[in-house]
Design a protein around this ligand. Structure first.
Ligand SMILES: [Fe+2]
Ligand SMILES: [Fe+2]
Length: 319
């Protein structure tokens, strides 16, 4: 597409056509302001979630039960850092700076996935997070690979490949525990009990209470509604829970043949709202840790900037 010379009407039309053709919108293309804002919000929240999401698992790196488990967990947590960086870069193409996004995160104004505000008291939490949290992330993110905004969609392709490794490593941790002692089986079940409902909440509120959802679908940022993705996730979990031998903590969970969907108990959205608005068990700790890491890293940023300045100076001298 060429740069903006025609009035907004033509540009809007060109944008609508690209969306209708399932083509990608790229950073230099004209886009409606609301589309840009929606994407900045969604991509930066997603980036923050990846970065904050390193904490609950980082908590277990020094205490993983074997060298092999430690190596796997470290690789996994490092992947999440990488996801955060791809996503911050994608958001930057929309005209927000990395500094602004970091500022919003550490001053507590930016949101991130509420799932990371729950504590991780046992090793089995590493299994439950991989299986349920990364599992929900995959179901959410696979359709985002086809997001109409190019840089976001392309980042998601790589992210999803890594997420499927994360989900399997979580499943495998739980499987090992379920084949262990009674105490280990109880630990695995307890972690599943604690993470199951929060993982269902990761898909967001029901579609009829999520007014932005329809607009995001029209813009082809989102491809499926929250409820449909949640259904898909439950459908994926049921057979896997059977293989593991864990019980999903919902006595009402059953396949409804008439409705052709899973029947589940009502989700406690009050809990979701509480945690999302900053009153979850670990919100303050997560943000404080992030702020401290940012302050502790100031000298690295200064050194990198100084190094870049000297390099540029040297290049100019050579030229
Ligand atoms: Fe991730
Ligand atoms: Fe992950």
């Amino acid at each position: 597409m060429t740069m903006a010379v025609s009035p907004d009407v033509d540009e809007q039309q060109a944008f609508d056509e690209l969306i209708a053709q399932d083509a990608r919108i790229e950073p230099r293309d004209w886009m409606p302001e609301a589309y840009r804002k929606t994407l900045i919000r969604q991509i930066s929240q997603h980036a923050h979630s990846e970065i904050i999401g390193m904490q609950p698992e980082g908590n277990w790196i020094t205490r993983a039960p074997s060298l092999k488990r430690k190596a796997i967990l470290m690789a996994k947590v490092q992947d999440e850092a990488g996801h955060g960086l791809y996503l911050y870069s994608a958001a930057q193409t929309l005209g927000i700076t990395r500094e602004e996004m970091t500022e919003q995160l550490i001053d507590g104004t930016a949101k991130y996935s509420s799932i990371f505000n729950y504590p991780t008291p046992t090793w089995a939490d590493m299994g439950a997070i991989g299986w349920l949290v990364d599992g929900a992330a995959i179901v959410n993110q696979v359709p985002l690979c086809r997001c109409s905004y190019g840089p976001y969609g392309r980042a998601m392709v790589r992210v999803c490949k890594e997420e499927s490794f994360h989900q399997r490593q979580g499943f495998e941790i739980l499987l090992a525990l379920m084949q262990g002692t009674d105490a280990q089986r109880a630990m695995a079940q307890d972690a599943v009990d604690r993470w199951y409902w929060p993982s269902l909440m990761m898909f967001g509120p029901p579609d009829e209470e999520s007014p932005n959802s329809a607009r995001s679908m029209a813009w082809k940022i989102k491809r499926f509604g929250n409820d449909e993705l949640r259904q898909r996730f439950v459908g994926m979990l049921v057979p896997q829970a059977e293989v593991l031998g864990v019980t999903l903590p919902d006595p009402e969970l059953a396949w409804d043949d008439d409705a052709q969907q899973w029947h589940t108990s009502a989700i406690d959205w009050d809990e979701f709202t509480e945690v999302l608005s900053g009153r979850g068990p670990m919100n303050a700790v997560r943000i404080q840790n992030r702020r401290t890491a940012h302050e502790d890293g100031a000298w690295v940023r200064e050194a990198a900037a100084e190094y870049a300045r000297k390099q540029a100076l040297r290049e100019r001298e050579v030229a």
